[in-house]
Design a protein around this ligand. Structure first.
Ligand code: SAM
Length: 222
């Protein structure tokens, strides 16, 4: 069971919701729900790959409550805002995004969430944010780049605790549009296994997110 997260039966389908860290505030137009006297934010699987993975039954998502996380590819802050609910006031998210435009929108939407530290940098130049934090418990990477796995690995080597968790969204089409996604997934998995990671679980995110795989892996050091 993940702290600050609820699974709701909504007619024939299940939905997820996270306990709102900033009551009365919706971040991107999501519905606010009153559940057992506490406010929750509906977490749409079509808007967030992490939500999809949990809904599809991922078993090894680490507990995020009070944890320190590097989030690569913050974009407009949709998923980051839910991770902010999950880590709570005593957790911290270092949210890296290299697009100035996306980062501006993200900062505007999430400014009242004190557990998010925005970092406007390219995750390839991971040393640029060396001074900002020490080691973290989790690296989450969703950057849709051809070298996405290498970028995730270099950030883990620099910042992830040994024994910490990498959650890597592999977008096959960003690596090679013509190749069979399963071939790409195997190739990226091998890259992780050969770089000091133990693969814990792979969750195919289709049909919500076509040709996307979430790989959850434990960092064992190199
Ligand atoms: C698929 S979107 C992320 C969606 C977001 N994770 C969510 O669920 O709300 C990918 C984001 O990664 C950012 N990005 C891509 N390459 C990056 C890099 N090298 N460094 C930092 N951000 C990057 C893009 O600008 C884009 O906003």
């Amino acid at each position: 069971m993940i702290q600050n997260l609820k699974r709701i039966r909504d007619g024939q389908k299940d939905s997820l919701a996270t306990k709102n860290l900033v009551p009365n505030q919706s971040v991107y137009g999501e519905e606010l729900l009153q559940l057992e006297d506490e406010e929750y934010r509906l977490w749409n699987p079509l808007r967030s790959k992490l939500s999809t993975a949990i809904l599809l039954g991922a078993k090894t998502i680490p507990e995020l409550y009070q944890k320190k996380i590097i989030y690569l590819g913050a974009s407009h802050g949709t998923t980051v805002s839910h991770v902010s609910d999950l880590v709570g006031n005593d957790g911290l998210i270092f949210a890296v995004e290299f697009s100035g435009r996306a980062a501006r929108e993200f900062v505007a939407k999430c400014s009242s969430r004190k557990n998010i530290i925005p970092i406007v940098e390219d995750a390839r130049t991971f040393w640029a944010y060396r001074g900002i934090f020490g080691r973290v418990d989790v690296v989450y990477c969703d950057i849709a780049q051809p070298d996405q796995t290498k970028i995730a690995i270099s950030n883990c080597k620099a910042y992830l605790n040994i024994g910490g968790t990498l959650m890597l969204i592999v977008k096959a089409r960003s690596i090679d549009v013509a190749e069979n996604p399963n071939t790409i997934f195997q190739q990226e998995e091998s890259l992780l296994s050969n770089s000091g990671f133990l693969i814990l679980e792979k969750i195919d995110l289709s049909p919500f997110h076509k040709a996307h795989l979430l790989i959850i892996a434990k960092y064992q050091g190199s």
